[in-house]
Design a protein around this ligand. Structure first.
Ligand SMILES: [Zn+2]
Ligand SMILES: [Zn+2]
Length: 304
């Protein structure tokens, strides 16, 4: 809740006029407790998990030739009822595990010092904090994910997430409830190290969810803006991890590729890429100008 009753009071306290965004924030948050503002995360979790995978479902069922060719594992088809089953299971996990955690974790947020007042974070504060959150979570997730691939972790927990050998958007958070909580923990590390504004925290939670859905979408688009992010893994990178399955000791990172490179856990993937690259060259030298081995024969090739 903001410590001002009116816009004028807020402006006097800041010593300047409020920006348009600050005025909106004032009107929205002035009468809401910090706890209620924090609980918005639960709402965003449900809303973005429901909406973000829909474009991929649309692409899957409309079977556009021009877009369909970017599907990574073309031979795998999921029915609408399969997708709905996945959605229902994830929603149950959210309600039973993540919802209560979000509601009861507020003291941690208070302790971290996430602020809700004015001024709002500047563009550069927002950018640098989100960058720190992404890098910290990615590094923590690399090791937590690698740990989940030990015999016990895989059989008792991580096996559920690997039920999808060809991931779909709705399967991004499809996992044992314990895994959802373990990996969710990593997303609090960045804000813990560099506390910011509640809006930054909301954006961070939305961003990580949308990123996970894109990574599990089953489609790799050459025009994706994410391609311009240095060391960004993307859908094809994580698809390999799912395709290889439980025995996979490759591509553990969730966002960037540098951890797998440094710790040598991308050798199988790099070898496979090399083989596919040669096949693509062969297709093109045979006159198939648009030949792309990955998009035509990924399932027929032996992964390392
Ligand atoms: Zn895994
Ligand atoms: Zn996955």
């Amino acid at each position: 809740m903001l410590p001002y009753q009116t816009l004028q009071e807020a402006e006097t306290s800041l010593g300047r006029n409020l920006t348009f965004a600050e005025t909106l924030w004032f009107k929205y948050s002035a009468q809401k407790s910090d706890y209620i503002l924090y609980c918005h995360n639960t709402l965003f979790l449900f809303v973005f998990y429901t909406i973000a995978p829909l474009p991929f479902v649309f692409i899957e069922f409309m079977q556009f030739k021009n877009i369909g060719k970017f599907k990574i594992q073309k031979k795998v088809k999921n029915s609408l009822s399969d997708m709905f089953r996945c959605y229902k299971t994830v929603m149950q996990t959210f309600v039973l595990a993540v919802g209560p955690l979000q509601l009861f974790s507020y003291p941690v947020i208070e302790w971290i010092g996430i602020r809700t007042g004015l001024p709002l974070p500047s563009g550069s504060e927002l950018f640098w904090q989100l960058l720190v959150y992404i890098v910290v979570e990615d590094y923590a997730n690399y090791w937590l994910h690698r740990l989940l691939h030990c015999k016990w972790g895989y059989e008792k927990i991580h096996r559920v997430h690997h039920e999808y050998t060809a991931p779909i958007g709705f399967a991004a958070p499809y996992a044992h409830w314990a895994e959802v909580l373990i990996l969710g923990f990593a997303s609090f590390l960045g804000p813990l190290m560099v506390p910011g504004h509640m809006i930054t925290f909301w954006l961070w939670m939305i961003l990580r969810q949308v990123e996970a859905i894109e990574t599990h979408s089953g489609y790799e688009f050459p025009w994706s803006p994410a391609k311009y992010i240095p060391f960004y893994g993307g859908a094809k990178y994580h698809d390999y991890h799912h395709y290889v399955g439980g025995k996979s000791q490759s591509n553990f990172a969730s966002v960037f590729t540098y951890c797998d490179y440094i710790y040598g856990t991308d050798k199988g993937y790099r070898y496979q890429k090399q083989v596919l690259g040669k096949l693509t060259d062969k297709l093109r030298s045979n006159g198939e100008e648009n030949g792309d081995a990955y998009h035509t024969s990924v399932q027929d090739l032996k992964y390392e």
